[in-house]
Write a protein that binds this ligand. Sequence first.
Ligand SMILES: N=c1c2ncn([C@@H]3O[C@H](COP(=O)(O)OP(=O)(O)OP(=O)(O)O)[C@@H](O)[C@H]3O)c2ncn1[C@@H]1O[C@H](COP(=O)(O)O)[C@@H](O)[C@H]1O
Length: 103
Amino acid sequence: MTLDDLFRTIEARKTANPDTSWTAQLLAAGPEKCAEKFGEEAIEAIIEATKGDKARLTAEAADVLYHLLVMLAASDVHLKDVLIELGRRQSQSGLAEKAARSR
Ligand SMILES: N=c1c2ncn([C@@H]3O[C@H](COP(=O)(O)OP(=O)(O)OP(=O)(O)O)[C@@H](O)[C@H]3O)c2ncn1[C@@H]1O[C@H](COP(=O)(O)O)[C@@H](O)[C@H]1O
């Protein structure tokens, strides 16, 4: 399962029945609810990271990624655009490294 596959599934749930899908239920509740849920999951991950329990942090990190994608979908922001932004930053930092080396 890639993040792209998961995002596609989440996008498809925008028109699904909220009675049969947690994702559809969350999306139907609106962007604010999705953002709130993402915040809760992020805090749960922070707590597990500070406790040093790798298995629990792994599970919470999966919740965080899923709920991040739901929040993006609810706000009509596409995962592809987030990845493009990350790629832009990567090439910028590559240029900065090159410039530093040539000094
Ligand atoms: N990755 C997930 C995923 N992660 C978490 N959840 C659900 O999110 C809900 C809330 O999670 P919580 O951790 O908050 O659960 P909770 O019961 O409140 O427990 P705590 O907060 O007390 O820990 C639960 O019902 C989980 O099942 C998910 N629901 C769906 N997905 C993916 O989304 C796809 C579509 O699923 P549907 O939502 O069923 O359409 C699935 O194929 C999965 O790949």
